[in-house]
Design a protein around this ligand. Structure first.
Ligand code: FAD
Length: 336
C-alpha cells in the first residue's frame, strides 16, 4: 500500500494499528484517532487478526453465503478480515495459504470457494486502481460527467446522519458511523440510494464512507463506488429498492431496531416503512410520523424510475460505447 503514495501513521495506543490517509485526507486521521477506543469497533493488531482468522476457519464457512447479504448475520458469519488486510495485519497470501492448509483434499465447500474468490477480487481491484488512480475523483467513464452535476447539501447531510426516513438506510448509516463496518450488500445499497434515488454525485459520499470504514482500502472503495453508482458503463445497472432489501435481509427488523431506536416502540412489521402506518396505529403506539421519525426524503418508486430511465437511456449512446471499449482494453473484464 505504501507504493500508492499514502502517508502511513502508527497509532501509539492501539497495538500495531496504523493510521493511513491519502494526502488530502488528513482529517481522516483525526477522526480515526478519536474513534480508536470505541468498543463497538473491531480491535486492531496482529494477535486479534489471527484470532479472527482461526475463528472463521472453525466456523467452516457455515452460513457464510446465506449470511453475506444480511446486515446482522454477516457481522458474525463473514470473515471480518477486511480491516486486518487493509491495515497490513494479515496478507491475502497468508490467509489463502492458511485456508489451503486446513483443507481436506477431498472436501469441496461452496462457501470456501466463494470466500477465496473474494480474496482474489481484493487483489484484482487494487491492481486496477494502481493502473488508474484518477478514479478516486473522476468518473472512470467520462461519458457520465454530464449527469448528477448538482450537489444537495440537505440530502447529503440526512444521508450521512441516518435521517432519510428510510429505516434500513438510516440503520446502516448510523451503524457504520459507530462501528466502522457494513457488509457488502448494505454498502452497495447505501451508495445506490445516494446516487440513484437522491441523484447525487458519488464523490462526497465516497469520501465520507472512506472515513467511516475501518477497512478503508482505496483500491476496492473507489472501484465499488463507481460500479454501484453506474458511472463505468461496463457494469450492470443495479438500483436497490431499500424497502425490498429491508424485508428480505432484515425481516424482523432486528438490525433496524438496534440502530434506529426511535422505532423500537413499533412492532417489527411496521418498522420497514413507518410512513405507511395508519393514523389509528400512530395513536395506538404513541408514535407520530414526521415528528418521532421523518417521512421518506424522496419517493423511492418515482426516484428509482427516474434513475433507471436516465441510466438505461445512456446505454446505447455510441459515445458511451467508445469509452466502454477503452476501459475494457485497459482493465480487462471483471473476475467471476
Ligand atoms: C461501496 C463499497 C465500498 C467498499 N469499500 C471497501 C473498502 O474500502 N475496503 C474493503 O476491504 N472492502 C470494501 N468493499 C468490499 C466489501 O464490502 C468488504 O470487503 C467486505 O464487506 C468486508 O467484509 P469481510 O471481511 O467479512 O468480507 P468477506 O466476505 O469475508 O470476504 C473476504 C475478503 O475478501 C475481500 N472482499 C470481499 N468482498 C470484496 C469485494 N466486493 N471486492 C473486493 N474485495 C472483496 C475483502 O478483503 C474481505 O476481507 C466495499 C464495497 C462497496 C459496495
Amino acid at each position: 500500500m505504501a507504493s500508492m503514495g499514502k502517508r502511513v501513521y502508527c497509532h501509539p495506543e492501539w497495538d500495531s494499528k496504523l493510521i493511513k490517509t491519502s494526502d488530502d485526507d488528513s482529517d481522516a486521521v483525526e477522526i480515526m484517532m478519536k474513534r480508536h477506543s470505541n468498543k463497538n469497533r473491531q480491535i486492531g493488531g496482529l494477535s486479534e487478526a489471527h484470532k479472527r482468522l482461526d475463528e472463521f476457519k472453525k466456523l467452516k464457512y457455515k452460513n457464510y453465503m446465506s449470511s453475506i447479504s444480511k446486515p446482522m448475520e454477516s457481522r458474525e458469519h463473514c470473515s471480518r478480515l477486511s480491516a486486518y488486510i487493509a491495515w497490513g495485519n494479515l496478507s491475502v497470501r497468508e490467509i489463502f495459504q492458511e485456508i489451503e492448509r486446513s483443507r481436506d483434499s477431498r472436501d469441496y465447500h461452496f462457501g470456501r470457494d466463494q470466500f477465496l474468490k473474494r480474496l482474489q477480487w481484493q487483489s484484482h481491484f487494487i491492481q486496477k486502481f494502481e493502473r488508474e488512480m484518477t478514479i478516486e475523483k473522476n468518473n472512470q467513464n467520462p461519458f457520465f460527467d454530464h449527469i448528477r452535476t448538482e450537489e444537495n447539501t440537505d440530502y447529503y447531510e440526512r444521508w450521512e446522519n441516518g435521517m432519510t426516513g428510510i429505516p434500513l438506510i438510516d440503520a446502516c448509516m448510523r451503524c457504520v458511523k459507530e462501528t466502522g463496518y457494513l457488509n457488502f450488500r448494505m454498502r452497495a445499497m447505501v451508495v445506490s440510494f445516494l446516487t440513484h434515488h437522491l441523484w447525487q454525485p458519488w464523490q462526497r459520499g465516497a469520501k465520507y464512507l472512506a472515513k467511516c470504514f475501518l477497512d478503508y482500502e482505496p483500491g476496492i472503495h473507489y472501484s465499488q463506488f463507481q460500479m454501484q453508482s453506474c458511472v463505468t458503463g461496463t457494469n450492470t445497472i443495479r438500483i436497490y429498492n431499500p424497502f425490498k432489501q429491508s424485508l428480505e435481509h432484515d425481516p424482523n427488523a432486528i438490525f433496524i431496531k438496534q440502530w434506529v431506536q426511535e422505532l423500537r416502540v413499533l412492532p417489527s412489521h411496521l418498522c420497514h416503512d413507518p410512513s405507511k402506518i395508519s393514523p389509528m396505529e400512530q395513536l395506538f403506539y404513541n408514535f407520530e410520523v414526521g415528528v418521532d421519525y421523518p417521512f421518506p426524503i424522496v419517493d423511492v418508486e418515482t426516484s428509482g424510475r427516474y434513475a433507471r430511465d436516465q441510466l438505461w437511456g445512456t446505454k446505447r449512446d455510441p459515445e458511451l460505447q467508445i469509452h466502454k471499449k477503452a476501459i475494457l482494453q485497459r482493465h480487462g473484464r471483471k473476475l467471476r
